[in-house]
Design a protein around this ligand. Structure first.
Ligand SMILES: Cc1cc2nc3c(=O)[nH]c(=O)nc-3n(C[C@H](O)[C@H](O)[C@H](O)COP(=O)(O)O)c2cc1C
Length: 377
């Protein structure tokens, strides 16, 4: 059905126009308490066997919505009501900015891919903070992804991230330092350990200082050389980060300028995950994103050591019920394999894995901030 609507209607319209319409529809849904709760009841993962805990936060299922869809924290509840186990909002920058000139979003339908050069269009940290304070009605785990304001030079990058972190860390279930989007000049240079160390140290100080100690993750590019993936992994361990998100979009393609996502990213994203897992084992949480299209992909990422999996482009092509369907299929698969919990799948095929998966469940598990759980069904 969705395929028919997509091929006959949606793909004829400008990709960004469809995107804004979808965000608006989900924002409207987020504002309708009854519909939202009914949908949440029908579509959100409720199977206890799908629950995962990571860095002290409970997730109802492992599959979440990747950053870049809900750039302004406008529709997280709507996305959760459609079945995502968490929603990563952003990238949010300290100052609002318009992003790059349009067109800046392109579908490559035959390749099940998207190229974007949006350039962090968003209303800024203060506006996002106002919206996040309003999130309530259905339970939703909200990650907040922050990036550098375009006009701020590299020398001011740390202060810019810190300004965002101060406003957003107290409102986030987890915070992500994004140093991997290809559409802000110089941003990816911040992945060099010499620049990344002071940046992450400063943001971590802010995240550690919130009443609940906000977990901190870093999101990396698939285009890093393997040794640089290792170096970031080592730095994450050294600094006591909570996790690594891999990967952002790739610039290794021959099409429109911008970052490529979707099916062509799948192999490299999985490769980076495996490399990270080999390096860090289960000492920090790995979040895998890039080219996830179906339940097989999610399963594969879990086996390879990801605790959480995210998707964006797969949802564009898979339709509104994409996440709900995958979670339902995961429920069945967990049982078919004789497991009682999806956590038993995590890292099962990772060669270095020695710890029993059950032993990895965090002993101290917090609940999501009260503002987001009031009135939960
Ligand atoms: C249109 C679009 C915008 C994106 N914007 C962001 C962003 O603002 N911040 C970010 O960290 N990642 C952003 N991403 C990257 C995704 O979060 C994800 O890492 C990447 O698309 C790979 O996953 P996928 O193949 O499932 O789409 C964006 C992706 C797309 C397609």
């Amino acid at each position: 059905m969705y395929r028919l609507v997509f091929t006959q209607v949606l793909r004829r319209f400008d990709a960004e126009a469809v995107h804004h319409l979808t965000v608006r529809a989900l924002a409207l849904l987020s504002a309708l308490p009854l519909v939202k709760r009914l949908l949440h009841k029908a579509l959100a993962p409720h199977d206890p066997a799908l629950r995962v805990s990571a860095f002290g936060v409970h997730f109802p299922g492992p599959l979440g919505l990747a950053a870049g869809f809900d750039k302004d924290a406008a529709c997280a509840e709507g996305a959760a009501a459609l079945g995502f186990g968490h929603v990563e909002v952003g990238t949010i920058t300290a100052h609002g900015q318009p992003g790059n000139p349009r067109p800046r979003l392109f579908r490559l339908v035959g390749e099940r891919a998207v190229v974007n050069r949006m350039g962090f269009n968003n209303a800024g940290a203060a506006a996002a903070a106002r919206r996040l304070r309003r999130v309530r009605g259905v339970p939703v785990v909200v990650g907040v992804n922050i990036g550098k304001t375009k006009v701020v030079p590299e020398s001011g990058a740390t202060a810019d991230y810190v300004a965002s972190a101060r406003q957003l860390a107290p409102l986030a279930d987890y915070l992500v330092v994004n140093v991997s989007s290809p559409n802000t000049p110089g941003l990816r240079d911040l992945q060099a350990v010499s620049l990344l160390r002071p940046l992450l140290t400063a943001v971590k100080e802010v995240a550690d200082g919130t009443p609940r100690r906000t977990p901190l993750l870093v999101k990396i590019a698939p285009d890093l050389a393997d040794e640089d993936v290792d170096a970031v992994a080592d730095l994450a361990l050294e600094l006591g980060l909570d996790g690594v998100i891999a990967t952002n979009t790739t610039i290794r393609h021959g099409g429109e300028t911008g970052g490529l996502s979707g099916r062509p990213l799948k192999a490299r994203s999985l490769e980076v995950l495996r490399r990270l897992r080999a390096r860090v084992g289960d000492r920090i949480t790995l979040v895998s994103v890039g080219g996830v299209e179906d339940v097989d992909d999610v399963w594969e990422r879990l086996l390879a050591g990801a605790t959480l999996v995210q998707g964006y482009t797969g949802w564009v092509y898979g339709g509104p019920l994409w996440a709900a369907t995958i979670h339902r299929q995961l429920s069945r698969r967990v049982r078919r394999h004789g497991f009682t919990s999806i956590t038993q799948v995590i890292g099962r095929t990772a060669p270095e894995s020695r710890t029993a998966p059950e032993a990895r469940t965090a002993p101290e598990v917090r609940t999501a901030p009260a503002a987001r759980t009031t009135g939960a069904p």
